[in-house]
Design a protein around this ligand. Structure first.
Ligand code: TNX
Length: 499
C-alpha cells in the first residue's frame, strides 16, 4: 500500500468511527450505506424532499440533523416513501440517528403471496399484511384468488363464480361463500397503492379450476374421477376462451398493475382426462397433437395473447416454460426447488424470473423440526434459510450471480391449506417475512444473520404490540404451535394421488 492510500484509509477509518457505529440503527431491511451517530434524538420535522431524475425510483438519501430534522432526496415517490419508512422504523425504536443513509433495493420484486382460495383471510387481514410488508419495504403482493377449493373475486359477467364457486374451503366444502366484491378489491388496491405495493392477481388455469367449473360446468375439461371431477378448464372449446377473456378483462380492469398471473401449474393432475373429451380430442386432431401437454401449451399461448391484448404482462409458474410463449412480456416464477433444471430452463430461455422455490421460501413449510402442522420435505424452512436466500443456494443450483441476471426478485408464498385462522397465518408468516424482506432488499455483502437477529428484537416488540401470534425463535414456548384445521368435509386433493 503506498503512503497516500494508507493516509486516505486512516482518515476514512477515523471519519467513520467518529460518525459512530451503524449498529445502532435497528432497521429491517438493513440499508445499503449508513453513516450515523450512535445516539438517537427524537424525530424532528421533514425540511425538504427533492425528487432527482438521476436516482433510481426506489432509491433515497436521508440526511438527519442533530436536532432530528431531516431532508430527503429520492428518485421517485417510492424512494421518498421508503425514506419516510426508515424514519418511521427509527421512531418506533425510540428515536432517529443523526447522519446520512443512502439506500436502494437489491431487487425490483420483493414479494409475498397469499393463498385465499383454500382458506379465506379477508379484507382486514389483507390490509394488515400489506402494512407489515410496507414496513419492511416489500412491494409486490401476489394474491392467489382462485383454486380448486374456492373462487374469491366477484366477476360481474359471471356471477355464479362467487355465488357457487366461493362456497367452501379446504377444510369444509359447505362453508358459506367467502369472496371479495369488486368494490372491496378496488379499496384494497388503492390501499396497497398508498403503500407503494402492486397487487398481482392470480387466476389459476387451466388446472386448479374446480371451483370455477363447479359454477360453470360447461367450461370443464374434467379431472381425476374421484373428488375433483373438474380440475381443469376445457382447452378444446372456443366457449372456454370467451369465458376466460371475459374474466381476465374484468381482472385487468380491477387491478391497474402491470401483471396478471395465470398460474399454469400442475395441470397433469387433471389433464389425462382430456383424452376422453371430444372437444379436446378434436383440437388435438386438428393440430396434429399426440399428447395432452401440447394441448396445454396451446391453451397457455392463447391466454398469453389475451393478457397481452389487455395491455398486461403475463406471469406463470415454471410449469409453462416449455410452451414457447415469448420471453418478451411473459415472466416465470420458479417454485420447484427439487427441479433445478427448470430454473436453468427459464433463465436459458430468457424469461424474466422471480425466485420462490418451496425450499426455503414456502411458508406452508414449518419453521422448526418439532412443528407438526405444515409441510416438511427433506427438512423445512427455518428463518436462517430464508435469510440466506438466494446467495447460499447458488452452488447447489450450479449458477453464479451473473447467470441470474434475468431474475428480478424473490418471493415467499403462503399456501393456505393448513392456515384456517389468524393465529395459524401469523405463526407461519412471522417473523419469516422480515427475513424475506431483507433478502430481497439488502445487498449480499450487507447481510449478516447475527446482526439481523439482533435487529429482529425490536420487531418482536413490534409484533407484541400488535398482538401478532408469531413463532418465537428465542422462546418457542411463548406461542405454542396452533392446531391445524379440523377437516370436516373436504374434496379429495391432488396430494391424495400420485402421478
Ligand atoms: C404446490 S406452488 C402448489 C399449490 C399447493 C402447494 C402446497 C404451486 C404452483 N402449486 O397448489 O398449495 O404446492 O405447498
Amino acid at each position: 500500500m503506498n503512503f497516500r492510500i494508507s493516509v486516505y484509509a486512516f482518515v476514512l477509518a477515523l471519519a467513520v468511527s467518529s460518525c459512530g457505529k451503524e449498529t445502532g440503527l435497528q432497521v429491517i431491511p438493513r440499508p445499503q450505506e449508513v453513516s450515523v451517530l450512535e445516539k438517537t434524538v427524537p424525530v424532528g420535522k421533514e425540511l425538504s424532499c427533492r425528487i432527482l431524475g438521476s436516482m433510481g425510483k426506489e432509491e433515497y438519501v436521508l440526511k438527519v440533523r442533530g436536532n432530528g430534522d431531516y431532508r430527503i432526496k429520492a428518485g421517485g415517490s417510492a424512494g421518498a416513501f421508503y425514506a419516510r419508512t426508515t424514519i418511521a422504523a427509527e421512531a418506533e425504536n425510540g428515536g432517529v440517528h443523526p447522519g446520512r443513509i443512502h439506500d436502494f433495493p437489491r431487487y425490483d420484486w420483493r414479494g409475498f403471496m397469499l393463498d385465499e382460495a383454500r382458506h379465506f383471510s379477508g379484507e382486514e387481514r389483507v390490509k394488515f399484511i400489506l402494512d407489515e410488508m410496507a414496513s419492511v419495504k416489500m412491494n409486490k403482493f401476489h394474491w392467489h384468488l382462485s383454486d380448486a377449493q374456492g373462487w374469491r373475486v366477484e366477476i360481474k359477467s359471471y356471477p355464479k363464480l362467487t355465488e357457487v364457486g366461493a362456497v367452501g374451503t379446504h377444510s369444509d366444502i359447505h362453508t358459506p361463500a367467502q369472496f371479495y366484491t369488486q368494490e372491496q378489491i378496488r379499496d384494497i388496491v388503492a390501499y396497497a397503492d398508498s403503500l407503494h405495493i402492486d397487487i398481482v392477481p392470480e387466476i389459476d388455469m387451466p388446472g386448479h379450476a374446480s371451483a370455477a367449473c363447479k359454477a360453470y360446468p360447461q367450461y370443464s375439461g374434467g379431472g381425476v374421477s374421484a373428488g375433483f371431477p373438474d380440475f381443469t378448464f376445457n382447452v378444446g372449446k372456443e366457449e372456454t376462451y370467451v369465458f376466460l377473456e371475459g374474466v381476465l378483462a374484468e381482472i385487468a380492469d380491477l387491478f391497474p398493475g402491470k401483471y396478471i398471473m395465470i398460474g399454469g401449474d400442475e395441470v397433469s393432475y387433471g389433464s389425462y382426462a382430456w383424452l376422453a373429451d371430444k372437444d379436446i380430442k378434436a383440437l388435438m386432431d386438428a393440430k396434429g397433437y399426440d399428447n395432452v401437454l401440447q394441448a396445454e401449451g396451446y391453451f397457455i399461448r392463447r391466454i398469453s395473447e389475451v393478457v397481452r391484448n389487455l395491455g398486461k404482462e403475463m406471469i406463470g409458474w415454471d410449469d409453462i416454460v416449455d410452451f414457447d410463449v415469448p420471453s418478451e412480456g411473459n415472466l416465470m416464477m420458479w417454485w420447484r426447488h427439487d427441479n433445478v433444471q427448470r430454473l436453468h430452463d427459464v433463465l436459458d430461455k430468457g424469461y424474466t424470473t422471480i425466485l420462490c422455490p418451496r425450499k426455503p421460501m414456502y411458508f406452508d413449510f414449518v419453521q422448526n423440526d418439532d412443528h407438526k402442522v405444515g409441510r416438511k420435505w427433506d427438512g423445512f424452512c427455518p428463518i436462517e434459510d430464508v435469510y440466506s436466500f438466494p446467495d447460499a443456494y447458488y452452488r447447489q443450483w450450479d449458477v453464479t450471480e451473473s447467470d441470474l441476471s434475468g431474475v428480478i426478485g424473490i418471493q415467499s408464498n403462503l399456501w393456505s391449506e393448513l392456515t384456517h385462522n389468524t393465529d395459524r397465518v401469523d405463526f407461519m408468516v412471522f417473523p419469516r417475512i422480515y427475513a424475506t424482506a431483507e433478502s430481497a432488499w439488502t445487498m449480499p455483502q450487507r447481510k449478516d444473520y447475527r446482526d439481523f437477529s439482533e435487529r429482529l428484537e425490536l420487531k418482536y416488540e413490534h409484533m407484541d404490540s400488535l398482538g401478532i401470534y408469531y413463532y418465537d425463535y428465542r422462546n418457542p414456548g411463548a406461542h405454542p404451535e396452533p392446531e391445524g384445521p379440523v377437516i370436516l368435509d373436504r374434496p379429495i386433493q391432488k396430494q391424495d394421488f400420485k402421478d
